[in-house]
Design a protein around this ligand. Structure first.
Ligand SMILES: Nc1ncnc2c1ncn2[C@@H]1O[C@H](COP(=O)(O)OP(=O)(O)OP(=O)(O)O)[C@@H](O)[C@H]1O
Ligand SMILES: [Mg+2]
Length: 470
């Protein structure tokens, strides 16, 4: 039997002599122990070694006193494992009531009812106490060995129940811990899955940009050449036409010197047929339109080149974004003033390491987009700036049309536009995305259809880790 096993017994009986008897049986003197061992050996065979354990016996002479002792023992963290309770106690609670109270205080307590006769039938008693598994009945007069073996067995039962309950608790805690670990692991897993998905999206986005970048660089290179000679030819053509005009003027002046009326008439007819005056006005206009057109193509090619970063001869420098925002606002002020009120919510910004003209281009794209998203009704454009740790952020918010959820994933794609042909190339945001990524920053968007859109650009203050102090 384990050393820690509970040997504590409470005897509740109003008869003094019963206490003396129990004490003799359960806490015998050494001589009595030998006697009991011999008795036990006769009963159970000669092999039985002295298992007479020492019991710790407490006495109570009524139900209330017994309950008091039980509660005190519980408080002291030395609970009783077993109580012998007399059934008939004329004063105070009888056995059944006593047991009810004892179990209310400590349901683990094993109980033996001792009685010669009872006021209840046994079935009644067992039903009333609802405890067929914690109650034994000991009928008087009882045998010593019977009492001792009952005590032994019930104490062991108490111990085993206790151990099982500790193990169950332990098991419960283990299950709880494992469940918690499992929940944490699955949350972590979900986070990783989300992160991976986001990374994949980013990867797809940058791959798309990279391959388009290469294509764009090639196309830009090829187109640049013809643009160059078309543009230069148009310039030359313009010059030639001016010379032709001069020549025509001279011919016209010379007409007066022609003597033949018939010839003059023919010239007049021809002039009317070819609409010479209209041609003289329209040809320069056509040349000018063609020049504008080819300039636009040139601008698109330049954007494509920027987008593909083929011309990366710009210098990284420390610059203040605030100035950039202000100068960009000035450039688009004309367009903005009829469409939106501009609100500025600025914080002081530190200088950041960047390619200022490119960042300005990003801000310009965002402001132009915002302005274009605001419909015929006057809206609001809010510009916000701020610093967070090692990052500077800019937000461009509008009260415009908003972006439909299925367009949201495409707005950074090159050539994605919802604007009519000729109004948008769909390069603004993909260019901006490329520029922000080049700065190792981030560009994100929040949008609600019919409410408005906010673009947020986050840029690190330092591009490279600062040198350690010398
Ligand atoms: N502030 C905004 N509000 C609503 N939609 C927007 C906003 N910004 C961008 N978009 C949507 O994203 C699309 C792509 O924008 P992006 O700037 O790349 O091209 P674009 O403005 O159409 O053409 P570009 O800028 O080349 O002239 C736009 O056509 C528009 O549908
Ligand atoms: Mg745009």
């Amino acid at each position: 039997m384990s050393e820690r096993s509970n040997r504590r017994i409470l005897l509740i009986d109003d008869t003094q002599s019963i206490h003396v008897d129990f004490r003799k049986i359960l806490t015998p003197t050494p001589e009595q122990t030998v006697e009991l061992d011999e008795m036990e050996a006769t009963l159970f065979g000669s092999d039985v070694k002295s298992a007479s354990p020492l019991f710790e016996l407490d006495s109570a002479f009524g139900g209330q006193e017994g309950l008091g002792k039980l509660k005190w023992a519980l408080q002291e963290n030395r609970p009783y494992a077993l109580a012998f309770v007399d059934m008939r106690m004329p004063e105070g609670w009888d056995g059944a009531q006593t047991i009810e109270h004892l179990w209310q205080a400590d349901p683990r307590l094993q109980v033996v009812v001792c009685t010669a006769y009872s006021d209840y039938s046994w079935d009644e008693l067992l039903d009333r106490l609802q405890a067929h598994d914690r109650l034994l009945i000991l009928k008087k007069p009882f045998d010593n060995i019977e009492v001792q073996q009952m005590a032994n067995t019930l104490l062991t039962k108490w111990d085993m129940t206790e151990r099982a309950s500790v193990q169950m608790d332990h098991l419960g805690q283990m299950v709880e811990r494992r469940t918690r670990q499992f929940t944490e692991a699955s949350v972590e897993l979900q986070r990783e899955i989300d992160e991976r998905k986001q990374l994949e999206t980013q990867l797809v986005q940058s791959e798309k940009l990279a391959s388009l970048g290469q294509l764009a660089a090639g196309v830009a290179h090829e187109i640049n050449n013809p643009i160059g000679f078309i543009s230069s030819n148009l310039g030359t053509l313009d010059g030639y036409f001016k010379q032709l005009q001069e020549m025509l003027d001279a011919y016209r002046d010379a007409e007066e010197a022609i003597g033949s009326n018939e010839l003059i008439e023919r010239l007049n007819q021809l002039r009317e047929r070819v609409e010479l005056e209209f041609l003289r006005e329209d040809i320069p206009l056509l040349i000018k339109e063609s020049k504008d057109g080819i300039n636009r193509v040139g601008q698109i090619v330049k954007d494509l080149k920027d987008f593909s970063r083929v011309d990366s001869n710009q210098e990284w420098q420390w610059a203040n974004l605030q100035q950039g925002i202000e100068s960009t606002l000035n450039i688009v002020a004309n367009e903005l003033k009829y469409k939106a009120d501009v609100l500025k919510e600025y914080q002081d910004l530190p200088d950041i390491e960047c390619l200022p003209s490119q960042i300005n281009q990003v801000i310009m794209n965002l402001i132009v987009n915002a302005s274009q998203a605001i419909g015929p009704e006057r809206g609001t454009l809010t510009l916000r700036t701020g610093v967070e740790a090692e990052t500077v952020w800019i937000e461009v918010a509008d009260t415009g049309s908003g972006i439909a959820p299925d367009s949201l994933q495409k707005i950074f794609d090159p050539f994605f536009t919802t604007k009519p042909v000729g109004q948008g190339t769909g390069l603004g945001l993909s260019l901006s995305y490329g520029i922000v990524k080049k700065h190792r920053g981030d560009i994100t968007v929040r949008s609600e259809v019919g409410v408005g859109t906010t673009f947020r650009v986050e840029l690190p203050i330092h591009q490279s880790k600062p040198l350690p102090p010398r």
